[in-house]
Design a protein around this ligand. Structure first.
Ligand code: CA
Length: 382
């Protein structure tokens, strides 16, 4: 059995198999057709939650049903007679339709590094950063599953000496290694989701690569934030790890100073001990630790709804770039190359600051005994 995909994991996904889309879990190097399994074994829940389209009905069913389905799967699949389909015979699909997509900026190390790179003579963190999880709304329609090629974006860049903006393919194409949180249970408009309610709404997590064109971003982002420098593509793993599979990986976050406002305050903000790897063309270039984040997933959820904005099934929110305190823990090339000024070397001897056409970026992660589904993409020229 492939390491990290045992009965303690069971990530959900949707795969194409013999002309049909199936709701499945991954077990080792196989998948199990859940509707087929339910049809042959009288499950203790309404099997309609497994009927599709995609994972949405299961995601919307809520934590009570999620727990029953997971226990049933663990008991049923412990008996190896369940029918399996080799992973090699299926094609993973987008597992759910992304409703709204929000991306945060929750790593103190990342935000500090970016501040130092872009504003070297000023305080790295802006005054709001330690009081609220900074975020922006991204483009749901361009969230794509792992393996989807990423066409190099084009756009405006900072003006040269003649004062006119440059235009063309991005010359500073970057990645951001992140964790994505997948919302299952909706909320009511006007009613904030409390800080204690993460597990009542969030179905699971996925690895996320927030592809970023730094040159387009640098020219456009003032004063309203990221726009076309981000919206051309965001890749996620097609395997959604249930929150329950990460229960043993919960850890307290490093600490928050000053104490946040009441709606963001808990006795001990919790994150997860998830260790990522960023790989370019087979070379590991960084190992970002999710446990080093400043803001917790529960705090991000509470903040994005505190104004009364409601959640929908399929909402996705990203952690923001995960960067640890060390140089080899930085989750973006912007930081690894310190603003494009310090090239780093791949295993084949070539150097990079930002991505070249043909480069393949893979983000992998483990959490204790489980391995998250990887997210990969290759840059194609414009
Ligand atoms: Ca991001």
């Amino acid at each position: 059995m492939s390491h990290g995909f045992g009965l303690d994991h069971l990530p959900y996904g949707v795969v194409a198999h013999q002309g049909r889309d199936l709701v499945v879990v991954r077990l080792g190097d196989d998948v199990i057709d859940l509707a087929g399994l339910a049809a042959s074994s009288a499950p203790p829940f309404d099997p309609a939650v497994l009927a599709g389209p995609g994972l949405a009905p299961l995601m919307a069913a809520g934590p009570g049903v999620w727990a029953v389905v997971r226990s049933w799967l663990q008991a049923t699949l412990a008996d190896s007679s369940a029918s399996r389909i080799p992973l090699a015979e299926v094609e993973p699909r987008m597992p759910f339709a992304v409703a709204d997509y929000v991306d945060f900026y929750a790593s103190l190390n990342h935000a500090s590094n970016v501040g130092k790179i872009f504003r070297p003579d000023a305080e790295p963190l802006l005054p709001n950063w330690r009081h609220l999880p900074v975020g922006y709304h991204g483009r749901a329609g361009t969230v794509v599953p792992s393996g989807t090629p990423v066409v190099r974006p084009q756009g405006q860049r900072r003006p040269g000496p003649d004062g006119r903006p440059a235009f063309g393919p991005s010359q500073a194409l970057d990645i951001e290694a992140e964790l994505g949180f997948v919302v299952g249970v909706p909320s009511t408009m006007g009613e904030p989701v409390p800080i204690t309610a993460l597990a009542d709404h969030v179905f699971g997590v996925t690895l996320l690569n927030d592809w970023s064109a730094r040159d387009i971003q640098a020219w456009e982002y003032v004063p309203l934030g990221p726009f076309l420098g981000k919206s051309f593509a965001t890749s996620i793993s097609p395997w959604i790890t249930p929150l329950a599979a990460l229960e043993d990986s919960r850890v307290p976050l490093p600490g928050q100073d000053p104490e946040p406002l009441d709606y963001l305050r808990v006795a001990e903000p919790a994150g997860y001990a998830i260790d990522l790897e960023v790989v370019i063309n087979g070379s590991v270039v960084s190992r970002p630790p999710y446990a080093s984040m400043y803001w917790s997933p529960a705090q991000m959820l509470a903040h994005m709804t505190v104004n009364g904005a409601s959640l929908r099934t399929g909402d996705l929110y990203g952690s923001g770039t995960i960067s640890g305190p060390e140089r080899d823990q930085r989750g973006s090339l912007l930081e690894l190359s310190w603003g494009g000024n310090e090239p780093f070397t791949l295993d084949d001897g070539s150097t990079r600051t930002y991505l070249q056409d043909g480069d393949t970026v893979t983000i992998r992660a483990t959490a204790g005994t489980i391995t998250l589904g990887e997210v990969e993409g290759t840059i194609t020229p414009r």
